[in-house]
Design a protein around this ligand. Structure first.
Ligand SMILES: [Fe+2]
Length: 487
């Protein structure tokens, strides 16, 4: 498979994995505008990337990379600064991720403590919400927001009083019984939730909840994403003074809680049995383009492997990774482990960005043994010799040592973008949901520092190390493969 990026860059990817080849062929066959998906992903450097300079990592050395200039052909069909324009509706950013729980206060408290995310808002009995207890955690330094919701007692609930109108206590109880603590909704802010819902359903999305007006100009709607996870559309006017959505009130005692510097969701990853069908379904109704893919022959060990694809909206503010297991290997793929223990398709990991990953990780690690989240073990020291060769012009020796101390993986894309990332062990009872912390280095546009979505790519070198680490972790709780099927 030859991936043509532009006149300066041609990347050849050999797919040895027959199933992956079949999966991606099937995906592209479903695409209505397949030429736009000819890996226009970040092997095409966009014009503003040429302005990238060192700033984000506090003492980084300036990069010396010379970036290729994209040709007109490379950005044909794009708008603005070389962005694709395939979205079926205007997508702004990830608004929040919702967990359904048995006890929302406990789950939110654990995530707040372990990740340094302040309680920001709540909708509970004392605010008039009788069907569900909901708590919002939100970063003070960015847009990262979690919503944790749990049903109250059936005989005390008035369904009409639900602040999140799509909340169904019976569905939530079944969901929690089936999946444990798990992600129910990926919520994206869109320009018009009713329009997004309508466009999605017209393009084949399975509706989950029709548009509802929440007051103050807020509208919410949902379609099925994969498994029992929904894609939630939220729209509202700029400059609103509503805290989260109407019906939520400021959380008590949030002012003194720490913030570890997590800023936003970098990407969200789902585990599914069949990548091609899910990617075709999601890309079909959203219009999202293929940002990147990785296949079993590149991501795996001698014992197991996975295939993956990253879908993205026009502006790369919503990156959705979809993973499937590769079968026929010596061990179960870690994606199969996820599917088995989760009980079907679902959100497999949540990647959160920090502008100071080392500082954030120090705080997270300090709470690992007292109820927080535990990081995966670091790679062997020899890994960091490779890092020196790979990114020694970007990271100082001190920074490489800090990465080694914290087990941070470092990689670089074809155009010099550097990505730092690290995973936790399972964040919940089951060996299912993982948390990822990530920093994409040196993105500056219009004098504004930011971590551009996907800048630095998905670090295929890291993907392999991560896969190996998680495979080793999987071995620590080896269980027989169940006979059940959930496809
Ligand atoms: Fe990831």
């Amino acid at each position: 498979m030859q991936l043509k990026c532009n006149s300066n860059t041609t990347t050849t990817v050999t797919m040895k994995n027959a199933h992956a080849q079949q999966a991606f062929s099937a995906f592209h066959a479903h695409r209505p505008n397949s030429k736009l998906f000819t890996m226009r992903s970040r092997c095409t450097m966009r014009p503003h990337h040429a302005k990238v300079v060192h700033q984000q990592f506090p003492t980084l050395k300036k990069m010396n990379t010379i970036y290729p200039t994209p040709t007109a052909a490379a950005i044909a069909g794009s708008e603005g600064a070389g962005f694709p324009s395939t979205d079926r509706f205007d997508v702004l950013d990830i608004h929040h991720v919702e967990f359904w729980c048995a006890d929302a206060a406990s789950a939110a408290g654990r995530f707040s403590f372990g990740l340094g995310l302040p309680f920001a808002a709540q909708s509970v009995l004392t605010t008039g919400n009788t069907p569900h207890a909901s708590y919002v955690l939100r970063s003070r330094t960015g847009s990262l927001a979690f919503l944790f919701s749990a049903p109250y007692a059936r005989h005390c609930a008035d369904a009409a009083a639900a602040t999140v109108p799509s909340f169904s206590a019976d569905t939530a109880r079944r969901f929690t019984a089936d999946y444990g603590l798990a992600v129910r909704a990926l919520a994206v802010r869109v320009a018009d939730a009713a329009e997004a819902f309508s466009a999605s359903v017209d393009a084949g999305a399975r509706p989950a909840f029709p548009p509802a007006e929440l007051g103050h100009g807020f509208v919410m709607a949902e379609v099925e994403l994969f498994g029992d996870v929904v894609l939630r559309f939220v729209s509202y006017p700029d400059g609103t003074d509503v805290n989260f959505i109407p019906g939520f009130e400021d959380a008590a005692a949030s002012s003194g809680s720490p913030d570890f510097g997590l800023t936003r969701f970098d990407h969200i990853a789902g585990g599914v049995p069949d990548l091609a069908s899910v990617a075709s379904y999601v890309a079909g109704f959203t219009g999202f383009h293929e940002f990147s893919n990785f296949t079993g022959d590149k991501v795996g060990t001698a014992e197991s492997a996975l295939n993956g694809m990253v879908l993205s909206n026009n502006t790369d503010t919503v990156l959705l990774t979809i993973l499937e297991p590769v079968h026929g290997t010596k061990r179960r793929s870690q994606v199969q482990t996820f599917l088995d223990h989760h009980g079907g398709p679902g959100v497999q990991h949540l990647a959160m960005a920090s502008n100071d990953l080392v500082g954030t990780l120090r705080e997270i690690r300090a709470r690992s043994s007292v109820g927080g989240f535990e990081l995966l073990p670091p790679p062997p020291p020899s890994y960091y010799d490779d890092v020196r060769r790979l990114a020694g012009d970007v990271l100082s020796e001190q920074q490489i040592k800090e990465c080694q101390e914290l087990g941070v993986l470092v990689d670089r894309d074809d155009h010099g973008g550097v990505v730092l990332q690290v995973f936790t062990k399972a964040a919940v009872d089951r060996p299912t949901l993982l948390l990822e912390f990530i920093q994409r280095i040196e993105c500056v546009e219009n004098q504004k520092e930011y971590q551009r979505g996907g800048y630095g790519g998905f670090a295929k070198g890291n993907v392999n190390h991560i896969f190996k680490s998680i495979e080793d972790y999987d071995k620590s709780f080896d269980t027989p493969a169940p006979a059940a099927s959930y496809i």
